[in-house]
Design a protein around this ligand. Structure first.
Ligand code: SF4
Length: 490
């Protein structure tokens, strides 16, 4: 519940009190995450070179009793135990003896910290911290805690210590422990139905089994979170002033703007005006999308629409796909893909090299991609395989005069759309484009890649390539539509 609360408080409420018949099926990607999580835990435990007690096989109450006995005996490492105090219940993967007490830990098939990669050390993951906080709280209350330093054994075979008494980040002095206590207090209120948790359209909704139910509810009340990029916390800040999208669309902003500020915490005058424009568009979708200012794009005969597919579970980039077009002529359009057949460094490097060579052979050209992800992935691969391309050559490939991030440089900064978000799926679908696959998504592609590795089924490989090609074509559809938009002076 604590983990879910960090993702979305309303999820905790619906899982407890919602009508199970209204749930969407669990997505194949979420099931893959569960599978990978269990498989990784199994592999980690099988590799363990130190003695441990395995309680994973025991069910609830017997497990609790055996965990308690193991700690009383002073066993050095307990796997799959279960601890309880009052209404707090935790199932840490590991409980380890340290000095005269115990610390708890989890085995995670992800990086131990957020943003932990070649680029840096990252920061604690809040959803991991609240779980570790719970175990530590129970051990404290049982009087067997060795301190507030639980740990994660992560996908990189590293032990990552969570110092719960340290601040959450450089700009946030709240400790992880205080954050855990805040979450516990709120989850307790939700469980006891003493706190209301309205839904809000957010990035978590895509993979949530309540997505259709919540979307219908939000549309029914014309909720402010339907406005692109507004989100839950801004919605909550705006609610005392605007009850829904219609209210904001029709409101007189002069009543809310005071000099360089507004009366709404965290929202400046410019942002409020933008949200009002988006509210008006949602209210009158027939107005259609428009430009806020002129766009000036690089002009080259060859255009490349570029999209990568990556698997965060294996930390691999398995596909670089391009749709190539000349002189804006649809008849010249062709799809070119560089695929890592196996999730190995050799295949990943080969696909990266082929993609770099392909781009360099087509220069001068303009490269279109959607969000900074293609660029950051290419930078990461360059650091991983510096003999493929120099950092100077890679930076020049993505320099502003030849590479365009259609999301940041065009859609987000220079256009408005009558949609609930600005994902390429949403915008291209709005423009009438249809993906060949019935369930197109980056998450689904990762799941297919896993099945391709497991089975070698060429139909699955085709599905991955078709989906990637459609993503590239969707960018071309979007670009062509944007070039036809006219400026609306706000
Ligand atoms: S669909 Fe979205 S708002 Fe609803 S419970 Fe899930 S994450 Fe929360």
């Amino acid at each position: 519940m604590l983990y879910d609360f960090v993702q979305c408080p309303h999820r905790v409420y619906l899982d407890l009190y919602g009508d199970p018949d209204r749930r969407d099926p669990i997505s194949a990607f979420v099931q893959l995450l569960w599978e990978r999580g269990s498989a990784f835990e199994q592999e980690t435990i099988e590799k363990l070179q130190i003695p441990f007690v395995n309680l994973r096989v025991y069910s609830a109450e017997e497990n609790e009793r055996l965990t308690s006995e193991a700690m009383k005996r002073g066993d050095s490492l307990i796997y799959g135990g279960r601890i309880r105090m009052g209404n707090l219940l935790g199932e840490p993967d590991l409980i380890r003896k340290e000095g005269s007490g115990y610390v708890a830990g989890d085995i995670k098939s992800g990086a131990g910290f957020e943003g932990m990669s070649e680029e840096g050390d990252g920061k604690p993951k809040k959803h991991y911290a609240v779980q570790l906080g719970l175990y530590t709280d129970i051990l404290d209350k049982l009087g067997v805690s060795a301190g507030h330093n639980p740990f994660v054994w992560d996908i990189h075979d590293q032990e990552v210590i969570y110092d719960l008494d340290s601040p959450m980040g450089k700009r946030d002095a709240t400790s992880l422990w205080e954050f855990y206590e805040f979450c516990l207090e709120n989850v307790t209120l939700i469980v006891n139905q003493k706190k209301k948790t309205p839904p809000a359209l957010c990035s978590m909704c895509k993979l949530c089994h309540w997505r259709s139910f919540c979307k219908a509810q939000l549309q029914g009340i014309d909720d402010l979170s339907l406005i692109p990029e507004l989100g839950r916390s801004r919605r909550d800040a705006m609610l005392p002033h605007f009850k829904n999208v219609d209210d904001l669309a029709k409101g007189d902003l002069n009543d809310f703007i005071k000099g360089k500020k507004t009366v709404i915490p965290g929202i400046g005058p410019g942002m409020l005006e933008t949200f009002q424009e988006r509210a008006k568009l949602l209210n009158q979708p027939d107005t259609g999308p428009y430009l806020k200012e002129n766009i000036d794009l690089p002009q080259f005969e060859t255009e490349l629409f570029f999209d990568v597919e990556t698997d965060p579970l294996r930390d691999i980039c398995y596909l670089h796909g391009f749709v190539e077009r000349r002189n804006s002529d649809p008849l010249t359009e062709k799809y070119v893909a560089f695929f890592a057949n196996q999730p190995t460094p050799e295949d990943e490097k080969k696909a990266f090299k082929e993609a770099c060579d392909y781009i360099q052979k087509r220069e001068p050209c303009v490269i279109y991609y959607y969000s900074p992800y293609e660029r950051t992935t290419s930078r990461k691969l360059q650091k991983r395989y510096p003999d493929v391309i120099t950092d100077v050559d890679l930076e020049s490939m993505f320099s502003a005069n030849i590479a365009v991030d259609l999301y940041l440089d065009v859609v987000k900064s220079k256009t408005e759309w009558p949609t609930n978000d600005y994902s390429i799926k949403t915008l291209a679908t709005y423009l009438g484009f249809k993906w060949r696959d019935k369930e197109p998504s980056g998450a689904a592609s990762i799941e297919w890649y896993h099945r391709w590795i497991e089975t070698g089924d060429v139909a699955i490989r085709h599905r991955i390539l078709d989906y990637n090609e459609d993503d590239c074509i969707a960018m071309r559809v979007l670009l062509d539509a944007v070039l036809k938009l006219s400026i609306k002076n706000i």
